[in-house]
Design a protein around this ligand. Structure first.
Ligand code: HEC
Length: 126
């Protein structure tokens, strides 16, 4: 084999290797649907109460909701269910609802989607 052929082959292989690495982006290696996105297999007991406890109980826990949560308690299924018509509007910052979490960053889209999936399913106590 000629030296120039060897060199050309090497360059082509090196380029392909680079392109393959380039396309091994995080999204391809860790598709958001299979890990991290909580819009799959949504249940009240795990997904929804988990989201609410991390992001909302500081104001909407039953011991603090009178002082910090406008009297809205969200740390048990019965109370969550009674406010269910307002939760999605609040977390998705729709007009006519106070944006939640109050004074905090909006929940990420996966969590908002999970809440919607759960509410659309009839907000079951599952
Ligand atoms: C820093 C305190 C705080 C946090 C954190 C917070 N809230 Fe609130 N929330 C309030 C207060 C205060 C009100 C009453 C204010 C009002 O109605 O304008 C309220 C009202 C609400 C209401 C009633 C809305 C309506 O239409 O009357 C809902 C539903 C709600 N919050 C959901 C949530 C959810 C879900 C989270 C977490 C993702 C959250 N909140 C986080 C303070 C908070």
């Amino acid at each position: 084999m000629k030296r120039s052929t060897v060199l050309a082959t090497f360059l082509v292989v090196a380029c392909l290797g680079f392109v393959r690495c380039y396309y091994n982006s995080e999204e391809k290696l860790y598709p958001p649907t299979s890990s991290g996105c909580e819009a799959n297999n949504v249940t009240y007991s795990t997904t929804i109460s988990g989201i609410l406890s991390r992001n909302c109980y500081s104001c909407h826990g039953s011991s603090v909701s009178e002082s910090f949560g406008g009297g809205v308690t969200l740390d048990n299924y019965t109370d969550v269910k009674s406010h269910v018509g307002h939760i999605y509007g609040a977390v998705s910052h729709q007009s006519g609802y106070p944006p939640m979490p109050q004074n905090g960053p909006m929940l990420d889209s996966c969590k908002i989607k999970a809440i919607k999936v759960w509410i659309d399913a009839g907000a079951p106590n599952n």
